[in-house]
Design a protein. Structure first.
Length: 330
């Protein structure tokens, strides 16, 4: 939200986050292929909403209200601050400077930052939840990554994006978080622009196909022992193995529907993972009886897949790391 509109969200119960969450429910549900009869019988889009089988029209009307709120509310906040001369540099101000203040440009200036925010909200939260889950089960991976961070940073600062080349272990943890439990098990539907043949199957032009991301990212020929969370699979001779398929090329889409924000998304994942491991230890929750609580590893259903809710303990590594956190928060 800060990148898109220059808005600092609240740590809890932020109204903009709530609006975005509500707006995401509709597209996440609608993106599931075959969920609605209209997907297989497009002529239904012409019938009235009271007709049997047209329940999707009532749902989409509600979806539209949420999306309209997402487009309107943060933009109105941004415009108000702009008129007061208080709008910080963000995507919305850059678009305004580039395209001007015409009514034609206003629609694009509304939609583009909103698309940026809504497109990254759930996938980023899901990827980082998967990372936390992996760290609970793999303290050895966590310790190795923290050793790298301590060596490069010297314990006196937080990581920066310019540190990426010096921290291959952190990059491997990020890659494996994308691969181990892909945020989208099935990719967005693609429509063929020409006839195709795949393994002897004739696929006519205009057919709708969806890639099985989970199967691709768990291909044993590419990623041996694929069920295991093993960041070292991306290393060879102490450096990143550039010959191994990067999970981001699948997890973040491809073809004409590739994620336009994929580079920013990877940078956000990397800096979040590096910052968390620099300052915190992630360990299993301990119950009142002194026993460790084992998290559930299953994922919730949905186009954007999240891990089942789980408990863990997130503890600052030392008093020095607490001071680093406080300094970063201002």
């Amino acid at each position: 939200m800060k990148i898109a509109y220059g808005i600092n969200v609240q740590a809890r119960n932020d109204p903009y986050v709530r609006i975005a969450e509500e707006a995401m429910r509709g597209p996440s549900k609608a993106a599931s292929p075959g969920l609605y009869l209209v997907d297989t019988c497009p002529v239904l889009k012409y019938i009235t909403s009271w007709f049997p089988g047209a329940g999707f029209k009532k749902e989409t009307a509600e979806f539209r209200k949420s999306l309209d709120a997402l487009l309107r509310t943060p933009y109105e906040d941004f415009r108000g601050r702009l008129l007061e001369g208080k709008a910080p540099k963000c995507a919305a101000t850059s678009l305004l400077q580039t395209f001007g203040n015409s009514s034609e440009a206003e629609s694009d200036i509304k939609i583009t930052p909103a698309t940026m925010y809504i497109g990254m909200l759930r996938p980023t939260v899901s990827t980082l939840s998967i990372f936390f889950l992996a760290m609970i089960f793999h303290p050895d991976v966590q310790a190795k990554a923290q050793d790298e961070l301590d060596t490069v940073l010297g314990g006196g600062r937080l990581p920066e994006l310019s540190d990426q080349a010096s921290m291959p272990d952190i990059t491997c943890v990020m890659k494996e978080s994308l691969r181990w439990k892909p945020v989208a098990s099935i990719n967005l539907p693609h429509r063929l622009t020409q006839d195709d043949v795949y393994r002897g199957y004739q696929i006519p032009r205009v057919s709708i196909v969806c890639s099985n991301n989970r199967a691709i990212l768990h291909d044993e020929d590419v990623y041996p022992n694929s069920p295991a969370f093993d960041p070292d699979r991306f290393m060879r001779d102490g450096a990143l193995n550039t010959e191994l398929q990067d999970p981001a090329t699948v997890a973040l889409g491809f073809g004409r529907r590739i994620c336009p924000g994929r580079y920013m998304a990877q940078d956000m994942h990397w800096i979040a993972i590096a910052s968390v491991l620099t300052t915190f230890n992630i360990i299993k929750e301990v119950n009142e009886g002194g026993e460790e609580v084992m998290p559930e590893t299953r994922s919730l259903p949905g186009f954007v897949s999240h891990p089942m809710p789980f408990k863990c303990t997130i503890r600052p590594r030392s008093d020095r790391h607490i001071r680093l956190i406080e300094a970063a928060l201002g």
